[in-house]
Ligand binder design. Sequence first.
Ligand code: TC6
Length: 309
Amino acid sequence: MGTSDSEFNSDLLLAHKLPETRYTYNERDVAIYALGIGACGQDAVDSDELKFVYHRNGQDLIQVLPTFASLFTLGSLTEGLDLPGFKYDPSLLLHGQQYIEIYRPLPSKASLVNKVSLAGLQDKGKAAILELETRSYEEGSGELLCMNRTTVFLRGAGGFSNSSQPFSYKNYPSNQGLAVKIPQRQPLTVCEERTQPSQALLYRLSGDYNPLHSDPEFAKLAGFPRPILHGLCTLGFAIKAIIKCVCKGDPTAVKTISGRFLTTVFPGETLITEMWLEGLRVIYQTKVKERNKTVLAGYVDIRGLSSSL
Ligand SMILES: CCC/C=C/C(=O)SCCNC(=O)CCNC(=O)[C@H](O)C(C)(C)COP(=O)([O-])OP(=O)([O-])OC[C@H]1O[C@@H](n2cnc3c(N)ncnc32)[C@H](O)[C@@H]1OP(=O)([O-])[O-]
């Protein structure tokens, strides 16, 4: 264990308290987010999707997609995370996994206080896996709205601990957020949706301005031929498909979301999401049609099932 701030120091790291963050949003942010994950992207009058963007009786009545909750975490990672006793290169960061619990339907506007804590850190040799947990409370009522656990894969940041006993810290149940086992049988339903070449440029307006998603030169330096799609954008497309195909368009049916980003998506590619039902759990995987590659896999726990399924 090191003694200076630039060397790995587990005592310093685990004792560190991350600052609270604030997140305030309104109906405009909700609509811009929905457009960013492709709502009405294929059909501007699709009644399953228009409700996330527009309401004829006033914008405060638009419905909020449950994955909007993932935006509440952004400040902690995108504005530079300063962890004493652990260093990494933010330009080599990739989003690895997202786990979200929704405790009550998200309002169309709110001011939130986020309590952020370190949920995990693992030394994988070539990379480090860092996990942050964010609990979002509504300002005023103090009510807990949702919890996000964000896993980032930090290329080049591994090898900071003893290789015969790599450092591994996790403070949450092992059944949460693990990669899922995809059933061998045919999926219950499949949804295909093309992302737009400008998808990342639109999605970034929801708050993740990392140039990896917009700047060709930056993307090349980070090891990609061109800018890549935000992981949370791909997740938004997949969960929107599940809401449409399994939850009969009801976004409040979603209780828990888990997703692991398996490989990168390029804006303009077509996403095919396959879904299987196991009790009240929807197992899903999303593939890129053009490359026949699975890019995302996970599960969604839902509150109930429509009788027609
Ligand atoms: C957050 C705000 C910023 C947003 C940025 C973005 O959106 S970026 C755009 C969105 N994001 C993307 O586009 C990223 C897409 N994903 C990828 O490109 C690749 O999956 C990878 C580079 C993350 C890892 O690939 P690889 O071949 O280098 O890895 P490997 O198979 O050799 O495994 C090594 C170890 O790591 C483990 N592990 C592996 N994967 C994950 C994971 N996803 N998650 C967690 N853990 C993972 C695996 O279990 C293993 O541990 P074990 O079992 O030995 O104890």
